[in-house]
Design a binder for this molecule. Structure first.
Ligand SMILES: NC(=O)c1ccc[n+]([C@@H]2O[C@H](COP(=O)([O-])OP(=O)(O)OC[C@H]3O[C@@H](n4cnc5c(N)ncnc54)[C@H](OP(=O)(O)O)[C@@H]3O)[C@@H](O)[C@H]2O)c1
Length: 243
């Protein structure tokens, strides 16, 4: 890997955290090519360049994922899945069982859980087998069963707990197929994006991260990840979170 540049995929590069990761990896001169998969257009600051290929993708549609990934032939060294939803236009996160809405539940699982399983299906086989690589999916501390002390947010918590299980399960298969690779989950902290906007009033002073801060910290965690870390959940500081 010493002379070879890293190829990176960022899924959800139109989002708050995804666009931060795109900036961080564009700044990194050890990176060769970056492929973005996103449903919406990227911010204007990201001009098409020889190092960047933008691919349209709705992750709720398997064919859309397969078609986008078919454009990627280079072996991959970093895959970051920064998609996710906490609330929909119609429904806020549930405070109580009585707020549970089946349609909302299915939507949150479709994006946070089912889609990431499909992204694993198409992207894990593209990881370089000869050199170290990392697949990192954005999860959330609230998806930790052992760390759940206040309840609520049924669909989001359950979708992220199930995502954490998918990562652990895929790590076992990946170890057999590519022992240079690691698949991990990341908790970004509370970050100033559209997703956290409605809840920022409840965040303690000094605990709301900028996108730049959160993505710099998480990039450090990704770059330090070893194959032996596979299947684990890390926060932005690199501390392990128990499932
Ligand atoms: N922000 C926080 O405080 C926080 C805390 C803990 C965990 N997280 C996790 O971090 C991740 C990123 O969150 P964020 O704060 O960056 O949220 P965000 O700004 O709302 O970005 C979410 C991204 O997901 C994409 N997306 C949603 N549904 C999609 C679909 N069907 N197909 C393709 N893309 C889709 C959005 O695409 P469009 O641009 O097309 O809508 C957007 O790019 C999520 O997994 C979230 O759960 C965030």
């Amino acid at each position: 890997m010493e002379n070879q540049k890293k190829n990176v995929v960022i899924v959800g590069a139109s989002g708050g955290i995804g666009s931060g990761f795109l900036s961080r990896y564009l700044e990194d001169q050890s990176v060769g090519h970056i492929f973005t998969l996103s449903r919406s257009k990227l911010d204007d600051e990201f001009q098409e360049s020889e190092r960047l290929t933008t691919l349209e993708c709705n992750i709720e549609n398997e064919k859309s994922i397969a078609d986008a990934v078919a454009n990627i032939t280079a072996p991959l060294h970093r895959v970051i899945v920064a998609t996710g939803i906490l609330h929909t236009d119609k429904v806020d996160p549930e405070k109580s069982l009585s707020d549970i809405d089946k349609e909302n539940f299915e939507k949150i699982f479709a994006v946070n859980t089912h889609a990431v399983a499909l992204l694993m299906k198409y992207l894990l086989p593209k990881l370089d087998k000869e050199n170290p690589s990392v697949f990192a999916a954005l999860s959330a501390r609230v998806g930790s069963i052992s760390d759940n002390h206040i309840g609520g947010w049924y669909a989001y918590r359950a979708s992220k707990a199930a995502l954490n299980m998918l990562i652990k399960t895929a790590s076992i298969e990946l170890k057999r197929k590519n022992d240079n690779a690691a698949i991990i989950a990341l908790h970004p902290g509370t970050v100033d994006t559209q997703l956290s906007k409605p809840f920022q009033n409840y965040v303690k002073e000094g605990h709301l991260f900028t996108v730049e801060h959160a993505t710099s910290k998480m990039k450090d965690v990704i770059e330090k990840t070893q194959a032996s870390d596979t299947g684990k959940i890390f926060d932005y500081a690199g501390d392990e979170i128990q499932p």
